[in-house]
Ligand binder design. Structure first.
Ligand SMILES: Cc1cc2nc3c(=O)[nH]c(=O)nc-3n(C[C@H](O)[C@H](O)[C@H](O)COP(=O)(O)OP(=O)(O)OC[C@H]3O[C@@H](n4cnc5c(N)ncnc54)[C@H](O)[C@@H]3O)c2cc1C
Length: 407
């Protein structure tokens, strides 16, 4: 196993840095400085993706024949690390990361032609319609009905926790097309246009901010929504196979780059803030111990992810490792947001809505405390999600118990 970067990799790193210096402009940097979850508004986000696409860097995991970069795992790692260290917006989305691999593997030529170019160019924003009220961890119990009526399915029911449904032009969606004894058997995988009559979106406010502006999750209702049968991926009632195939891409990302960036911010705050004893938080013994423990976890995760890249380059499968990364990565994310909260102290206290009102210019009085403290509490609340979404951490424990321990 060789963990050193080659000369070619180092030259590539310089190219990524040069791109970031030019493309990640001051306006985007200002917006990202106020973001609790590495997102900017839809216009800014799409502008960023289009810049990546112009450079040919939008689809880092796609094969070159579909417009992907065809990068090695090392290049992908370098790209992710440099983007995270710069605090750049998300470099990927659900269309690129989740929907496209399914369309490539199981879609018809027509579907590939219709969707892949628009995913690449960010002309179409996709959302994921998997979870339903009562069907999250036990996803196969989903009950949103799709009944056949000639060349269409008629959909009735609802999807929940749908991230950025309010931005989405299309949804990839699981529906029930048959009631078989084995519940996985009667599910189909559909692609649907969000402007189809009968779809309504209700925002779900979260603890981390106002219900407008940074709205993240929603419930989507379907009332007699007609979706062409031609929009089905693969075979009717075989959707579970495609759904599971997609999930490996949802959990496949490296955590260490983002964690490294988050820790750097904590160190910056702890260098500026004082503890009760009057010394810098960074010099407070108890805080240093916690910071060091977290740094060691992040370094260990980084080394493990690099080891996994080397193994994947040699052709090995991820297996249960993606569950392990999800567990360790999400726990480290939450630990770091707690450290940030502790380091910022009282400056992290203002009610979140007030903080954002001031940032958006809706209030004249200045907020108490330095700018870097503004997103600390929203981020702490926002990151409670990481141990729930993409399969809760308990479910990842179950997967590891089954696949690794054979229990
Ligand atoms: C911020 C956020 C964004 C999301 N975005 C999307 C999206 O865009 N599209 C989408 O389809 N879904 C999305 N989800 C939904 C997410 O996939 C589900 O929340 C998740 O799968 C858990 O399902 P649930 O919420 O129904 O909880 P439940 O499944 O009801 O679980 C409740 C608790 O019970 C535990 N539990 C359940 N079953 C077991 C078991 N067998 N063994 C041990 N413990 C168990 C869980 O770990 C959890 O702690 C999002 C969720 C969040 C929080």
């Amino acid at each position: 196993m060789d963990l050193d970067f080659s000369q070619g990799d180092l030259a590539f790193r310089d190219e990524v840095r040069a791109f970031i210096a030019q493309a990640f402009d001051d306006d985007m940097r200002a917006h990202m400085g106020q973001s609790k979850n590495a997102h900017i508004d839809k216009t800014g986000q799409v502008r960023w993706w289009k810049r990546l696409n112009e450079k040919g860097w939008m689809a880092t995991d796609w094969p070159a024949e579909y417009g992907g970069t065809g990068w090695t795992h090392a290049q992908k790692y370098i790209f992710d690390m440099e983007m995270a260290l710069a605090g750049a917006p998300d470099t990927s989305n659900m269309g690129v990361r989740m929907c496209a691999p399914v369309v490539m593997a199981f879609g018809t030529d027509e579907q590939k032609k219709q969707h892949l170019p628009k995913i690449l160019s960010s002309e179409v924003w996709w959302c994921q319609g998997y979870s339903e009220p009562g069907s999250g961890s036990d996803l196969a119990s989903l009950s949103m009905k799709a009944e056949r009526d000639g060349d269409h399915y008629v959909l009735n029911g609802s999807k929940i926790w749908t991230t950025y449904a309010q931005h989405a032009d299309w949804m990839f969606c699981l529906v029930r097309t048959a009631n078989e004894a084995i519940k996985q058997m009667g599910i189909s995988f559909l692609l649907l246009d969000m402007t189809t009559p009968g779809i309504s979106i209700v925002p779900l406010p979260t603890l981390d901010g106002p219900p407008d502006g940074e709205q993240e999750i929603n419930q989507v209702f379907f009332e007699n929504v007609r979706v062409p049968v031609a929009n089905r991926i693969g075979e009717e009632n075989q959707g579970w196979t495609y759904a599971k195939y997609l999930l490996q891409f949802e959990r496949g990302n490296a955590y260490a780059p983002g964690l490294t960036n988050m820790l750097a911010k904590v160190k910056m705050i702890a260098g500026a803030e004082r503890s009760d004893g009057g010394q810098r938080m960074l010099d407070d013994t108890d805080f240093r111990r916690k910071l060091t423990e977290t740094q060691i976890k992040v370094d260990a995760l980084n080394a493990t992810e690099l080891r996994m890249f080397a193994a994947r380059t040699a052709g090995e499968a991820m297996g249960a490792a993606s569950s392990m990364f999800k567990l360790e990565g999400s726990q480290a994310q939450q630990a770091i947001t707690e450290l940030a909260l502790e380091a910022a102290g009282l400056y992290a206290q203002p009610f979140v809505r007030d903080t954002f009102a001031e940032i958006r210019g809706e209030r004249n009085e200045p907020r108490a405390g330095p700018d870097y403290a503004a997103t600390v509490a929203p981020m702490y609340f926002n990151y409670r999600k990481t141990s729930i979404y993409a399969g809760s951490n308990e479910i990842q424990h179950n997967i590891i118990a089954k696949m690794v321990l054979g229990l």
